[in-house]
Design a binder for this molecule. Structure first.
Ligand code: NAD
Length: 491
């Protein structure tokens, strides 16, 4: 395991010489020590990123040259996906096939942005038609500068890729602070950047705690852009910190996404996508469709099938073959979610499946796939993000009621609808107040398409060309083309 920070292209001992423990969620045991970055290390890393941006080659390379590095990073991630996947499983707990899939996705993200940065070479700027023909305005795009990235633990390397790849493609330099719960694959990414010869200071990786390293990165005056993914309360704090310097920010926050299932749906497809929407990655997915609304006439049959299939899910250590549900990330999350279920039940909800630690899995942070029903609009399990394998299911009468219930949330990240009637699906898709909508599926995510939410789910969009735009400034260059003098003071 790597025990140094990656700053200015060098493996660097933390200023305070500290380490922190990394725990395997499947056993609850400490299996690694990570280097503990603090505010002093963030200062070093930002200084390195600043030098690399102001004086280094990176922002001045052509898109084709930057793309060569991004493709080399993608190739190395792909070539090493099994080893990286194993690290991710121990760090995060997810089943190995999911972790390997994440590695492939992360590689795909670097390859995609390699393509976009190449396209930027042909961009000579856009000429804007002006009302006053004596002038000509050209609009060009330039890298914002030094970017800071603060990421969560649910998709450790993938969340890093979503920020590092577009930032580097744009010509920015970056300081990345992974979650204190899952610091390891970010350091592996640093090692890959070293192997491919990424110029010094372009990517700096400093694991550490939010209250110290994270806070310093969010407040650092030399950081031009801050990209954050995490919870709403932290996002709100980040926004306040960034306000001091009017930092450009993008926020990818939480969700409580609805999935509306109409009675004309194929019941087997509905059950499968409902399960994928909430049990994948142990439900620790910002876009998890954790509120399921089922048309009344289908509700009893669907519940029966859902419970039967949930009962078959193999729970266990993500390293074991056939496991489809690993442990939650931490003891704190485990206790928090059990507490939420208890409060939800006290407020009227019924547990129709799960809701407990599975029998025989006494170590680690395991929770049965959980299905709740009978909750009213105000029940906290219906309103608040649980971030675990817990789905709330309710019947609805008609389309109007389904839309009202779906949109009655402070979040607006994602939403899904299932019906054989595609006109209805399109109508509902337009009515959802959410940034991501799935029709007849839930969760598939593509590097090419924009990702982000309405309302409290965040500000801005990642992925696709929107993700690149996050790291670009827009500059207008206006030329006075006329032969005559301007003639205001001197006529
Ligand atoms: P979190 O907000 O606790 O932590 C996220 C990151 O912020 C971590 O790196 C943490 O160290 C850092 N941090 C914490 N306090 C900080 C502070 N005061 N200053 C600066 N940095 C600080 O979130 P989490 O528990 O790691 O992740 C779960 C949350 O993330 C969920 O709400 C989930 O919905 C959300 N999420 C959203 C998306 C999305 O794309 N919208 C993706 C993944 C996760």
């Amino acid at each position: 395991m790597r025990d140094m920070l990656f700053i200015n292209g060098q493996w660097t001992a933390p200023a305070a010489r500290g380490r922190f423990e990394v725990c395997d969620p499947a056993t609850g045991e400490v299996f690694a020590q990570a280097p503990l970055g603090t505010a002093a290390d963030i200062d070093q890393a930002v200084a390195a990123a600043r030098r690399a941006f102001d004086k280094g080659p990176w922002p001045r390379l052509s898109g084709h040259e930057r793309a060569r590095y991004l493709r080399a990073i993608a190739d190395r991630i792909l070539a090493d996906k099994d080893r990286l996947g194993l690290i991710e499983v121990r760090d995060n707990g997810k089943p190995l096939p999911e972790a390997v899939w994440d590695m492939e996705d992360a590689a795909g993200c670097f390859a995609f942005y390699a393509g976009l940065t190449e396209e930027m070479d042909g961009d000579q700027g856009e000429i804007i038609p002006l009302q006053d023909a004596r002038f000509q305005s050209k609009v060009v795009r330039e890298p914002i500068g030094v970017a800071g990235a603060i990421i969560p633990w649910n998709y450790p390397l993938l969340m890093a890729a979503w920020k590092v790849a577009p930032a580097l493609a744009a010509g920015c330099t970056m300081v990345l602070k992974p979650s204190e719960l899952t610091p390891l694959t970010a350091l592996e990414l640093a090692a890959i950047c070293e192997e491919v010869g990424l110029p010094e200071g372009v990517l700096n990786v400093v694991p550490g705690f939010g209250s110290d390293a994270g806070q310093r990165l969010a407040q650092h005056p030399d950081v031009d852009k801050l990209a954050f993914t995490g919870s709403v309360p932290t996002g709100s704090r980040i926004m306040q910190m960034a306000a001091a310097d009017i930092k450009n920010i993008s926020l990818e926050l939480g969700g409580k996404s609805p999935f509306v299932v109409f009675a004309d749906s194929d019941i087997e497809k509905a059950v499968e996508w409902i399960m994928f929407g909430i049990f994948w990655n142990q439900g620790q997915v910002c876009s998890a469709t954790s509120r399921v609304l089922v048309e009344e006439s289908l509700y009893p049959r669907l519940m029966e099938r859902l419970v039967a299939e949930a009962a078959k899910i193999r729970i266990g250590n993500g390293m074991e073959d056939g496991v489809k549900l690993g442990p939650l990330i931490s003891e704190t999350q485990h206790a928090k979610i059990l507490g939420m279920i208890e409060k939800g039940v006290a407020a009227g909800a019924t547990v129709v499946h799960g809701g407990r630690r599975p029998a025989g899995l006494d170590a680690g942070y395991f929770l049965e796939p959980t299905i709740l029903t009978d909750m009213d609009d105000d029940n906290l399990v219906w309103r608040e993000e649980i971030f675990g394998p817990v789905v709330c299911v309710r019947p609805f009468k008609d389309e109007a009621e389904a839309i009202r219930l779906a949109n009655d949330s402070p979040f607006g990240l994602a939403a899904a609808v299932m019906s054989d009637d595609l006109d209805r699906c399109e109508r509902i898709a337009r009515a959802f107040r959410a940034g991501i909508v799935w029709i007849n599926c839930s969760q598939p995510t593509f590097t090419e398409a924009p990702w982000g939410g309405y309302k409290k789910s965040g500000i801005g969009r990642e992925l696709g060309r929107w993700g690149l735009a996050n790291y670009l400034e827009t500059k207008q260059i206006t030329t006075f083309n006329h032969r005559e003098r301007w003639g205001w003071y001197i006529t």
